[in-house]
Design a protein around this ligand. Structure first.
Ligand code: PGA
Length: 247
């Protein structure tokens, strides 16, 4: 399995930010791990152009479950693919919280992503109250079961475990807590998808940065990272790519 360093730029970045992509590729032209950046939709085509001929893959941050139609402001999976994306993040906790997205919608979006030839990066994660209430595994297990469609394969699906309370806060779970959730997710996927699950990448996300990447990547069943803030700067994301490549 090839590990994956994925960056989620969220609602950050304008054309001038593509200088970071050029710097990233200059420093890491051919890393051992796979490298993915998911800019805002407005930058996908330009970033794909800047990454042309390189190993950097480009993704969207969301898509509509329908292929086309009267859905003002939305973007279909086929449009992301047309712009140069090969992946799309789905069910990120910010989409779940800000836009009320539930598991059934995330599952429909994943099917739309596959239909357009995109890899679905499906996110799960508990809130702080859920963790404090001892519900972490029940919550992420429920999200996984409800958000991942039948037909998921190692090639068409990546799972990201992102504790909501760790996103953008500088706080991370202990390594044992990450290991517990990732081991649980692998077991759930194996129960449902059999041997295929061994090849599905399980990313950890939430305050990954150069200073904690090495120890997080040493945790069993951590096959990469979904990185928010630290993906915006080539130096930080490059250090995470290097850590994952060495893991
Ligand atoms: P963060 O975000 O790295 O800024 O915590 C992670 C994410 O939301 O994907």
């Amino acid at each position: 399995m090839r590990k994956l360093a994925a960056g989620n730029w969220k609602m950050n970045g304008v054309a001038a930010s593509l200088a970071e992509v050029k710097a990233l590729l200059a420093a890491h032209p051919d890393p051992v791990c796979e490298m993915l950046l998911c800019p805002p939709a407005t930058l996908i085509a330009q970033m794909a152009w800047a990454a042309k001929g390189s190993v950097l893959k480009i993704g969207g941050q969301d898509c509509h479950p329908k292929a086309a139609g009267a859905h003002t402001g939305d973007i279909s999976a086929a449009m992301l693919a047309d712009a140069g994306a090969g992946h799309v993040i789905l069910g990120h906790s910010e989409r779940r919280a800000d836009h009320g997205e539930g598991d059934a919608l995330v599952q429909a979006k994943a099917q739309a992503a596959w239909a357009a030839g995109l890899v679905a990066v499906i996110c799960v994660g508990e809130t702080e109250a859920q963790r404090d209430g001892g519900q972490t595994l029940a919550v992420v297990g429920g999200q996984l079961a409800g958000s991942v469609p039948d037909g998921a394969t190692a090639a068409n699906t990546v799972i990201a475990y992102e504790p909501v309370w760790a996103i953008g806060t500088g706080r991370t779970p202990t390594l044992a807590e990450i290991a517990e959730v990732h081991g649980f997710l692998r077991a759930q996927l194996t129960a449902r998808f059999g041997a295929e699950a061994a090849g599905m990448r399980l990313l950890y996300g939430g305050s990954v940065k150069p200073s904690n990447a090495v120890e997080i990547f040493a945790v069993p069943d951590v096959d990469g990272a979904l990185v928010g803030g630290a993906s915006l700067k080539a130096a930080d994301f490059g250090a995470i790519v290097a850590a994952l490549s060495a893991a």
